[in-house]
Design a protein around this ligand. Structure first.
Ligand code: GLN
Length: 547
């Protein structure tokens, strides 16, 4: 039997609903249950693939090639359960499915309405994979009261009615603002938010309240009384030092117990929190600190590279050091000296990115790392920058560049060592793309296999010859330049199984220099740091101890 927990938010956005959902998932697992987490987003984009990282943060990619909300990254990092395309949906996708069905005559001439057609489409989405896990946690994006969110709220209200009693509950996350002048935590916004929910037929079973400090008994009782929940179902969510403290902190506040009580699961299985205690211990007692420079484009918003930052933290945990990641805007190198900016870092990372802006600065950062023997980790665009740098400065192709930077008319402005891929193999079928294809659909997306060369650094790091990693890119390194680049020490140590697409480059003559065409950060977890991040931080730690 699958039980459903619907997670909604009120009062303000950015309260950490995704984190609360992920932490609850981890706690249910710790009690021996299987879980899956889902995100339902009210915005009208069909998927976040075409949204600016400034608008929506990072695009998280699943193994099966979906471009999803970054909350799915939290879910994976906390539960270790690989997200699927069917774990994320937006209003845009729902409406587009409904309209497509309508055009195909799927509704037999009926008038198409929000209720029941749109709500049914949402319920079908929620029901996907019913029976596969003990719990399904569905987070509704946005805040109660948003116009776009209404069909989702109506759908979960109906879903709860469709199921036998006791098989689904509602958890609502709100904010208790602290008023300094009177020294009080205010419950009124939460009361209003719950009132709003109840007006659309949803009565929360568990209230999670973000607050700066503990919730005094008086306020807890007041919330319980006015919001019609049990006092021990009012859970305090205080600000945390590290997000990875969330499972233990929520457990200490009684969240998992409150959820199991709401389902009347009794006696509740005892939790095994050893994994999360180890995580807390590693965060609490680091032995030293390493400084990593992340040279990128979207540096004003950390969420734009959410998974990279988290994977570095995990790499630090693997080595029991604290990683201080600093974001440097690549464009600064147009004006300022690279050496002045990058001096003193123990490692340099160039993450993924799109478009030409900032790329010359990134190439300078690669050159600095290569010539100064600073550990270098290039991810996706960061690998392409490493290839261009060697092509220009070592092979002697002065105008080496990427087709991505050609002007709109497609006029070549460089010798492309990185080219636009139009046909490739995924598993046992081939995929073709045209430049004119829809924006969302022109990329190599999702999990692909790479074969690692025997004796290479990466084969040692992974301790494997065959790996699977997630991709999200249009352009590829051109193998026509492979021999020349390898002669200059840039070795192609990972290739697609058919030998056509370079997946990894590395420099054996350097303390640590690896470029990967995929996104390893998407698969890293605090309790299972990604081997590349763990080893990159290890190399950076060695450098930090030399000086
Ligand atoms: N813009 C590059 C490409 O499309 C790199 C993409 C990325 O870094 N994710 O190939």
């Amino acid at each position: 039997m699958t039980r459903y927990v619907f997670i909604t938010g009120g009062v303000v956005s950015s309260l950490g609903k995704g984190l609360a959902s992920a932490a609850l998932g981890a706690l249910l697992q710790a009690r021996g249950f299987t879980v899956r987490l889902r995100k339902l987003d009210p915005y009208l984009n069909v998927d976040p693939g075409t949204m600016s990282p400034y608008e929506h943060g990072e695009v998280f990619v699943t193994d099966d090639g979906a471009e999803t909300d970054l909350d799915l990254g939290h879910y994976e990092r906390f539960t270790g359960v690989a997200a699927r395309a069917t774990d994320s949906v937006s209003s845009g996708r729902i409406y587009s499915n409904v309209l497509e069905k309508e055009r195909k005559g799927g509704y037999l001439g009926k008038t198409i309405q929000v209720i029941p057609h749109v709500t049914n489409e949402i319920k079908d989405f929620i029901r996907t994979g019913h029976g596969e896990t003990d719990f399904m946690l569905c987070e509704i994006g946005g805040t109660v009261g948003d116009i776009e969110g209404l069909p989702f709220f109506e759908a979960i209200r109906q879903f709860n009615q469709d199921l036998p009693r006791g098989q689904s509950i509602f958890m609502h996350l709100t904010l208790l603002p602290y008023i300094k002048a009177s020294g009080e935590l205010k419950t009124k916004p939460t009361q209003h938010s719950v009132k709003e929910l109840r007006s659309i037929g949803i009565a929360p079973d568990v209230l999670v309240c973000r607050s700066e400090g503990p919730i005094p008994v008086k306020e807890r009782e007041k919330l319980a009384l006015f919001c019609n929940v049990r006092p021990d179902s009012v859970i305090a969510a205080q600000d945390l030092r590290s997000i990875y403290d969330a499972p233990l902190a929520y457990h200490e506040e009684g969240l998992d117990q409150a959820v199991l009580d709401a389902f009347q699961i009794s006696p509740a299985p005892r939790p095994n929190l050893a994994k999360w205690n180890d995580v807390r211990d590693r965060i609490d007692s680091p032995d030293g600190e390493v400084r990593i420079a992340i040279v990128g484009k979207y540096t004003q918003l950390e969420d734009a590279y959410k998974s990279v930052g988290e994977a570095l933290t995990h790499g630090g945990m693997a080595n029991r050091v604290r990683v201080r990641a600093e974001w440097i805007d690549a464009e600064i190198f147009d004006k300022d000296d690279v050496a002045r900016q990058l001096e003193g870092y123990h490692g340099i990372l160039v993450p993924g990115g799109f478009g030409e802006r900032g790329t010359e600065g990134k190439i300078k950062a690669v050159e600095f790392a290569r010539t100064r023997n600073v550990p270098y980790f290039g991810i996706c665009l960061g690998m392409q920058m490493a290839v261009i740098e060697s092509a220009r400065n070592l092979v002697g192709i002065a105008d080496a560049g990427s087709e991505e930077f050609d002007d709109e008319a497609g006029e070549e402005r460089c010798t492309p060592v990185i080219y636009h891929l139009k046909e490739w193999v995924q598993g046992n079928h081939s995929v073709t793309r045209k430049k004119s294809d829809d924006k969302g659909g022109t990329m190599r997306l999702g999990a692909y296999t790479a074969m690692l060369s025997e004796g290479s650094r990466v084969a040692g790091i992974y301790d494997a010859r065959r790996i699977e990693e997630r991709h999200r890119h249009r352009y590829e390194v051109d193998t026509s330049f492979k021999a020349q680049l390898e002669e200059q020490g840039l070795i192609f140590s990972g290739m697609s199984p058919d030998g056509k697409l370079p997946e990894i480059v590395e420099r054996p003559d350097h303390p640590w220099f690896v470029g990967v065409q995929f996104h390893p950060e998407l698969k890293s977890k605090p309790f299972a740091p990604h081997p590349l991040f763990a080893d990159f931080v290890r190399a950076a730690t060695e450098i930090s101890r030399l000086v």
